[in-house]
Design a protein around this ligand. Sequence first.
Ligand code: PLP
Length: 380
Amino acid sequence: MSDEAKVQELRRLFPVTGHWIYLYNGSLHPCPRPVSEAMRSFLTDWENGGEAAFFPAFEAFGQLKEKFARLIHTEARHIVITESTTAAINLAAQIIRPQPGQNIVVSDLDFMTSTYPWLVSHPAEVRFVPSRAGEVDLRALATLVDKNTAAVCLCAVTVGSGARLNLAELHALTRPHNIPLIVDAAQALGVLDLGVNNPPLDFLACTASKWLMGPAGIGYLYVADRHVHATPPAAGWLAAANVGDWDVRHCRLHDDATRFQGGIPNLVGVVGALAGLTLLEQIGHEWIEQRVRHLTTYALEQLEKLGVEIWTPRADEKRAGIVFFRCPRHVELHAKLKAAHIYCGTFLNGIRIDPNFYNTVEELDTFLAVVRTHLGAQRN
Ligand SMILES: Cc1ncc(COP(=O)(O)O)c(C=O)c1O
């Protein structure tokens, strides 16, 4: 099947494409039909059968860990299902437990998720790596890490410029001090192949939403071996390996990341997240990656011709699915795009588009025509 035929078929799974030229994957991404169907089916089973709905959904919880683990090239015993990326990074921070006198290194390109847990809930100094041309400046990072660095916490793909972090280089800089690496993969997984072994990461946090196509309200945390036996900052009943004994006096913790689980998970979210990862597997990770690269490269080339200020790095290996640019009166441009039924993001004084596999070059041309007209109006 040709790429175009495949895209047309896939567009039928995304009802949003019938209403919008939808070029955004931030906040709440468009829901694919298999995800909403899985969630609806759980709700129907719950309405009709009560607890009967619990068992298959709880099985889905186990399958979700396995599928997510496969995606990041590891095993399910390393995975905690959380309620969000935020909860996952906070859990990692609680496991690290930085002490007064220690420091945490973050970047000014990160999402608040990577900085607030340290700023608010822990006593360590928070050091910000400056950015350079939309990228985390790793040379500057090298001057900030030292023997007192309790963790480096960065986005694999930054939420604004869309720059992709060079994890191998980061690891080479932090290895001499054996500094734990915490990576937020919310804008990376699903559009990039990102494993936790090469280079070795200590924690990887992600959402089920966005490029993984599941609902918001479910997140993931990968916990490396060297942290997997830590005392859980909060102990849930699912943390206990002896849960079947109904022994309220003794909690024998699981010997793996399950010890960080709480109570019954968000089951409707779990079945939706599983459907999202299943769809991702069916479509094919590599195909998605090359399709998104094709669309983002086209968008960048054309935006460059229009003369807007592009914040996203140009080299393929330095970006993923995000294209960010600035231009005069960007808020007005955003309103014009919306009026033309073109959905994109606006923040940090610019416009962000995240073309996904179901978008087409024709859609990008329609978007570019609105940008061109807007820029023309500014010049006249
Ligand atoms: C890179 C990144 N991390 C984290 C988040 C927030 O995720 P959650 O709401 O799952 O905590 C976002 C949301 O836009 C994001 O882009």
